[in-house]
Design a protein around this ligand. Structure first.
Ligand code: SF4
Length: 699
């Protein structure tokens, strides 16, 4: 199956420095090439995010680029149930353009849209959102960040003024205590996880807030860290109770709050916190975290000279995802843990370019640089540079696109590098929506699950075959350099340009550096970025402009981007996904070290030997009660659907909570997840689903 995923024996004829295409750590690699073959991938010693380290994904899981299932030729079909026809690029793009044009003629300007990818480069993503805005004439652009870190964007913009993590990875070396919530860095962000582990071995303290016991807890110097094993869905209750303890015991940093935050807002927030309903004793029943443990965690976080917070999708993928992000920001501001090394609020971004896809204006309400589409000054910039009149109305989010499609009002979608059928919740609703489209264009490296409903398939290029940039979790813009010619014939930005020009775009970019020049021209936080600068410096962290010509490792040093930091009252609202007689357990999901997301890449490499199937982790008591033994096949059912997978009985899980991954399409974990979502951003509530587990031959 795999042609090229083991290390090839041979002498390289050149070395190309590039960036890993998996997680948001953004490790730099030296691709040792011989002709069009990768001999080996070696982590770059001068990589500023990884300093010569890597994990098994970046180092070994690149063979998918030459996998036998890689799609290399465009295809079209009249109806999604017809057989595919291999055609020329011209025919495929003409067909796609004609169908898009017809959909708009028959159903209106707003009846088509795009979904951008967090796997693609900044330059490619910028062009896809530009296609929607400047060519389609609407703001119907969304990104797969919708289903992961959109609450980070909302929460950190509201409290601090910018939608990004505050600190660089190097800052972990100065931290005295790390609070890790809803993240498993040693599996999901391994190179950063190793650095954190090293700091813990040196003596830094650790608080983990997570339903599942993670490996970091075993590496704390001199014993265990604090583990608040809460019930899924109760993050806000626990974090607000910690803030309650801090103000009730007078542990807050008044000097920082007076200088950096709005004091009157703080007084109102303090009054909110001191209500007895926020006391640890009041939340221990629903969270199942003992009140004393919440008190210990609050005191430890407030007492540490420099305390940092690292979080992942266990924070954001909840009905209160945005509220949880703001509760985290509140804690950092309360204790003055912001703006200096070793502190901060640091979202561990999942995909290689999820930060960049958000930065590049993929959201339906924001231009690149997080400026609202209704802002006339920003719109005027783009109208001048793009030479078109732009809509001031926010467009459709992904879930709105699906709702509108099933209602017959949304008819055309260009989906680049994102398998929405496998990665979005409530699979049957997504299927229904995709089947309702007149034109679905899937642009990807493999014939993914979404392509089952497509009319046009455009083969994409891998990171080894393109030039551009990725932006990692610490806002670091890293270069991606072409190591081999695109096997499909074109880099992805060229394909988008060819489609745009068939629809009257009139674009003439000759190289991704031209696109970055336009990004710098139109986006204040990227004003100083160019390929020349990145070649010279290796990488820079935005904001990079006249005020910070070599970038900004730590943000909010002297003041918040929004001026005064803003405290938000974070009222806990219980999710609808509660356990009950029919579905008595709560399911939460995550990743493993060797596989990646829906597995489109890693499953097509030798990494499959390490994690060949998704399993269901279940506590021994819950397993015994159901007559389930280690390795049994079990039925996992929710109000949305059901699937079958193998049980792993483990005390890593708390009683009442089960866990699985979503790397293998056969399992289809998202068949059981529901369409509950974050109140502010519609990020799906992947982390809490009420389920029942039974032997697969049981009732
Ligand atoms: Fe790639 Fe992330 Fe592993 Fe680094 S830690 S090699 S970026 S998957």
């Amino acid at each position: 199956l795999v042609e090229n995923s083991v290390i090839q024996i041979g002498t390289p004829d050149r070395i190309v420095k590039t960036t890993c295409a998996y997680c948001g750590v953004g490790c730099s690699f030296d691709a040792h090439m011989r002709g069009e073959t990768v001999v080996k991938m070696v982590p770059s010693k001068d990589g500023k995010a990884n300093h010569g380290h890597s994990c098994v994904k970046g180092r070994f899981a690149w063979g998918y680029a030459t996998h036998a299932e890689r799609m290399l030729h465009p295809m079209v079909r009249e109806h999604h149930t017809d057989p595919w026809r291999e055609v020329s690029w011209d025919e495929a793009l003409d067909f796609a353009a004609e169908r898009l044009r017809r959909a708009q003629a028959e159903h209106g300007r707003d009846s088509i849209g795009v979904i951008t990818s967090s796997r693609c480069t900044n330059e490619e993503t910028y062009l896809v959102q530009k296609l929607a805005r400047a060519v389609f004439g609407n703001n119907n652009t969304d990104t797969c960040a919708r289903v992961c870190h959109s609450p980070t964007g909302y929460g950190l913009k509201t409290t601090f003024g910018t939608s990004a993590g505050t600190h660089d990875f190097d800052s972990v070396e100065d931290t005295d205590l790390a609070l890790v919530i809803g993240a498993n860095p040693t599996d999901a962000h391994p190179v950063f996880g190793s650095r954190l582990r090293k700091r813990l071995r040196q003596g830094a303290g650790l608080i983990v807030i997570d339903p599942r016991r993670i490996d970091l807890l075993d590496t704390v110097h001199g014993g265990e860290g604090l583990h608040l094993s809460l019930m899924p869905g109760t993050n806000v209750a626990v974090l607000t109770a910690m803030a309650h303890v801090i103000v009730a015991e007078g542990l807050q940093d008044d000097a920082f709050i007076r200088e950096r935050c709005d004091w009157d807002e703080f007084l109102a927030y303090r009054e909110f916190l001191l209500d007895p309903r926020h006391a640890p004793e009041s939340v221990q029943a629903q969270s199942r975290v003992p009140a004393e443990l919440i008190r210990q965690a609050a005191r430890a976080y407030a007492a540490a000279p420099r305390a940092s917070i690292y979080y992942g999708l266990g924070v954001t993928e909840h009905s209160q995802g945005s509220t949880t992000v703001m509760a985290i920001a509140n804690l950092a501001m309360l204790t003055g843990n912001i703006g200096k090394p070793g502190t901060g609020v640091n979202p561990l971004r999942g995909q290689n370019n999820v930060q960049g896809s958000c930065d590049m204006g993929s959201f339906p309400h924001e231009y690149p640089g997080y400026r609202h589409v209704s802002d006339p000054e920003t719109r005027a910039i783009y109208e001048r540079v793009w030479g078109v009149e732009l809509s001031e109305e926010p467009g459709l989010r992904i879930n709105n696109m699906f709702d509108e499609a099933t209602a017959g009002r949304f008819k055309g979608l260009y989906c680049q590098g994102e398998d929405v059928l496998q990665s979005d919740p409530n699979t049957s609703h997504v299927q229904q929506a995709l089947a309702s489209l007149d034109i679905l264009i899937v642009h990807d490296i493999f014939l993914n699950e979404t392509a089952n409903y497509a009319h046009v398939f455009l083969p994409g290029s891998t990171f080894l075959e393109k030039n551009g940039t990725f932006t990692n979790a610490e806002r670091r813009i890293n270069m991606v350099r072409r190591a081999m010619a695109p096997r499909n014939g074109y880099e992805d930005w060229e394909i988008t340009q060819m489609l745009a020009n068939r629809l009257g775009g009139g674009w003439d970019y000759a190289h991704p550096s031209d696109i970055m020049d336009e990004i710098a021209l139109t986006t204040p936080s990227f004003a100083g970025v160019s390929f020349d600068l990145l070649d010279r410096e290796g990488s820079v962290q935005w904001p990079c402009n006249a005020a910070a010509p070599l970038g900004t490792p730590v943000m909010h040093i002297d003041g918040f981007v929004r001026g005064k930091g803003r405290f938000i009252n974070t009222e806990y609202v219980a999710t609808d996904e509660r356990s009950g007689p029919r579905f008595p357990l709560l399911l939460t999901t995550g990743r493993t070290l060797t596989q990646y997301n829906v597995g489109a890449q890693t499953r097509r490499t030798d990494n499959t030997v390490w994690h060949p199937e998704d399993v269901l982790e279940i506590h021994p008591h819950d397993a015994e009660n159901r007559g389930i033994r280690q390795g049994d096949l079990v039925r996992l059912a929710s109000r949305a659907g059901e699937t079958t997978l193998r049980a792993e009985v483990t005390e890593r899980m708390a009683p009442g909570v089960v866990f699985t991954t979503f790397h293998h399409p056969g399992t289809q974990a998202n068949v059981v997840t529901t369409d509950s979502s974050d109140w502010a951003t519609n990020c799906p509530e992947f982390k809490v689903t009420a389920v029942q587990v039974s032997p697969s031959n049981g009732p």
